[in-house]
Ligand binder design. Sequence first.
Ligand SMILES: O=c1ccn([C@H]2C[C@H](O)[C@@H](COP(=O)(O)OP(=O)(O)OP(=O)(O)O)O2)c(=O)[nH]1
Ligand SMILES: [Mg+2]
Length: 151
Amino acid sequence: MVKKIDVKVKVLKHAEGIDLPAYQTIHSSGMDIRAAVEKQVILKKGEVKAIETGLIFAIPEGFEIQIRPRSGLALKHGITCLNTPGTIDADYRGEVKVILANLGKEDFVIERGMRIAQAVLCPVFQANLIKVDDIDSTERGSGGFGSTGVK
Ligand SMILES: O=c1ccn([C@H]2C[C@H](O)[C@@H](COP(=O)(O)OP(=O)(O)OP(=O)(O)O)O2)c(=O)[nH]1
Ligand SMILES: [Mg+2]
């Protein structure tokens, strides 16, 4: 059973008539979110644009929403969220925008109401930093960035 958490959403005027974000299957992680552009917007190849969603969320404390790309758009058209996963903070009360980048070979047309990304509700833990003089040693140590090899 998927646990449901109430999230309030306000729909701005320019998004009226566009479907609310929705889970496409019963166990989907993300709700697909739609572009609230006027008619259509062209995202030229190599271009980055913040696309309006017309949505303001009031996310409960202790949660965030991550804005993630859709794999179909990425694979077929090279369309991704530049800052993936985008972070929507629980205390943000502005319009959610999706920062789309066109890494494909062609210009891409974003139509009004198109499902451009997905929003995933996630729990948040904040770190309580404890400053120390000595840090414990581990097997990995300072190895990183490919230190374990490929195969
Ligand atoms: O893809 C995104 C990412 C962020 N935001 C909004 C919600 C988020 O709560 C706020 C700040 O995002 P972030 O912390 O990623 O940006 P920043 O550059 O650190 O801005 P700030 O100084 O306002 O935190 O911007 C979006 O609408 N879409
Ligand atoms: Mg920030």
